[in-house]
Each structure stands twice: as C-alpha cells, then as structure tokens.
Write a protein that binds this ligand. Structure first.
Ligand code: AHG
Ligand code: MN
Ligand code: MN
Ligand code: MN
Length: 333
C-alpha cells in the first residue's frame, strides 16, 4: 500500500531539480482535506457546522457555515506555507495577497472552491473541495497581482479535488496523468487506490439539472432528447444521474464514463459554474484522464479569463459524449 506522501516523494525524485514547493502545497491541501473530512463526519452532532451562515457571498449565494469554515481552513493552511504567494476563493470577493517577505518571495498561487455542493451539506450527501495551482507571472519579490490569477487554465501546474463521499478521496494531476487516493480514517492517511485514472471514451451516464430544461439553449435540449432515445450501439437511452455536487457528479462519470453539463440558461446567461474555481481545475483533470471539457464551443482551458468570479457553461467528461453534445450545440445554435 502506497501513501500519498510516498507517492509525492517518489514523483519528486523523478525531477531532481524540483525544490519540493509543490510537495509542500499538496501537503497542506491534504491536511485541509483531513480537517474538512473530520468535521463533515461529525456534522450532525454539533450545531456549528450545518446550516446557513446568514451571509451572502460575492456569487449572490447564501453561504453555508461549512462554506465559510472550509474557506477559512484552506486560507490558513496555505498562508502557513512558504511556497504560496496568494490565493483566491469562490467565497471571497478579492484575491488575497500573502504580503509578507515569505509570501512576496513565493512562486505559486492557488484558486479554490473550498466547499463544492453546498446544497447537499445539510442532507448528508457528498460534497467536495476543488483546487488549482499556478506559477505566478509577476516578478518574485513583489506582491502578487490580479494578472497572476487571470491565467488561462492551460497554464495550471496542478489541480485536484477531494470528494467527501461514502469514502473520502483526493484526486489530482500535475500534468502527468491523474491519480486517486482513498482516505483511511483509522490511519489518518490517504492511500493510492486509483492509479492513472482513464475516463472511458463513452459511457451511459448523463448529468444535468433537467428541472431547468425550458431555460436551456436549443442544442442542449436536443442533446438531452438524444440521450433519451433508444439505440443499441451507443447503449442509449443513457441513465440520468445528478447529485448537484459537480465534484461527485464528475467523479462518478470519470470512473464509469459519462457527461456532465451545466449549460448557459435564461437564468444564467454565462452558465453558473465558475471558470477559475470549478471549470479550469476539473477540465485539467478531465483532459489528463483522456476526457474533454468545453463551454459548448471551445476548450475550457484556452479561455482567457477576464474576471476572478467569471462564470462559464461546462460540458465535461467522456470524449465521445462531449463531442456529440458539442455537435448539437453547433447544429442548433
Ligand atoms: P457550490 O456549492 O460550490 O456553489 O457549487 C454548486 C454548483 C455545483 O457543485 C453543482 O453541480 C451545481 O452548482 C448545482 O447547481 P443546481 O442546483 O443549479 O443544479
Ligand atoms: Mn457556492
Ligand atoms: Mn462549486
Ligand atoms: Mn463552493
């Protein structure tokens, strides 16, 4: 059995010039995952984890107590590291500059969705944490600036997610394939359980909030109907599965084959999901596992961000399925 720690050290040894900065960042994210895991598992037993906080975030969403807790935990853990120069989160309006000598000399910035699937917290359904790591582009020795956070997803150095499901798993990529680690709470360690994950080229799951059907673009409506039609060769009708946590829906589709769509809708003209905290990291992981991610027209990772909390439509998962959905978007504009 190989632990996450051993795995990271082994990988680092393959790059003799690497100074281990990424190793340090991944260690703190691993710690954050353990803390959130612990608190989620006791959530029903205390009254300070579940429920709403009464505050709205910059997304216009009511923050859950756990949204804030996860955000603060991530921020503290990253601030404690010498490798991180700044961070941005779904739950905070502005990016945070780690403006100390250590922070100014650090090379990396992190973007995060600290708690994905907020609506599932109070009902004991799986939630997640998403992270994305970039090398800063502003000069070392100065405080980080907005341009460090506005890099396209194709510049990511690493990305990953934690899914707090029936077991807790950490899945990540550094651009050389995707590996998954399952948490053993009795030992307090993540163990390599899913080596070199590959998304099946096609699958039988489609995941979309069909309650919004009437608000979707024509191409998406037609694609949903396509998913429901009978066809032996492509194993249709597909099975509909929608948890309402991107991380969990994506994780299932990545292991089993499937497509996840959160399109633009009349209520969400740019889509709902955030490009920097959700779209880019999940797209990097999808591509590294042999899948694809698009906004319906173009590759997610090639989008030049223009705002920190920018939204994007997301079509992500098995290659053949996403390509098919894209063809419907082209044919029914
Ligand atoms: P978050 O909880 O981080 O705000 O993200 C919620 C996102 C995503 O996880 C999920 O797939 C989607 O919102 C669900 O939205 P709907 O309830 O509109 O389907
Ligand atoms: Mn949210
Ligand atoms: Mn989210
Ligand atoms: Mn969130």
């Amino acid at each position: 059995m190989k632990t996450l720690d051993e795995f990271i050290v082994e990988k680092q040894a393959e790059y003799p010039h690497a100074k281990g900065a990424l190793t340090g960042i991944l260690s703190s994210i691993r710690l954050v995952a353990k803390i959130i895991h612990r608190d989620i598992n006791r959530a029903g037993l205390t009254n300070n984890i579940l429920g709403i906080s009464g505050v709205e975030n910059i997304q216009g969403e009511t923050q859950m107590k756990l949204d804030i807790f996860a955000h603060e935990t991530m921020k503290k853990a990253l601030m404690a590291r010498e490798e991180v120069a700044g961070f941005a989160s779904e739950e905070e309006e502005n990016f945070v500059v780690f403006d100390t000598e250590r922070g100014r000399n650090a090379k990396y910035i992190i973007l995060t969705d600290p708690l994905d699937g907020s609506s599932n917290i109070d009902v004991n359904v799986a939630v997640g944490t998403i992270f994305s790591i970039y090398r800063r582009i502003s000069p070392i020795g100065t405080p980080v600036t907005l341009e460090d956070f506005m890099q396209p997803g194709n510049r990511q150095v690493a990305a990953g997610y934690v899914v707090y499901g029936s077991s807790t798993m950490l899945v990540y990529t550094t651009g050389n394939g995707v590996n998954g680690f399952t948490y053993d709470p009795s030992l307090g360690v993540f163990c390599l359980s899913h080596e070199n994950i590959q998304i099946p080229h096609s699958g039988k799951y489609y995941s979309i909030n069909e309650g919004q059907y009437l608000k979707f673009p024509q191409g998406v409506k037609k694609y949903i109907k396509y998913c429901q039609e009978e066809d032996k060769q492509t194993q249709r009708p597909y099975t509909s599965r929608y948890i309402g946590s991107l991380v969990s829906d994506f994780h299932r589709n990545m292991l089993k084959g499937g497509i996840y769509i959160y399109p633009q809708a009349t209520t969400y003209p740019q889509g709902k999901l955030r490009l920097l905290y959700e779209g880019n990291p999940m797209a990097f992981i999808a591509e590294q596992a042999g899948g694809i991610a698009s906004d319906g027209q173009q590759r997610i990772l090639d989008i030049q961000p223009t705002a920190l909390h920018q939204r994007t439509p997301l079509f992500i998962g098995s290659k053949e399925m996403v390509e098919k959905a894209q063809s419907f978007m082209r044919d029914y504009p």
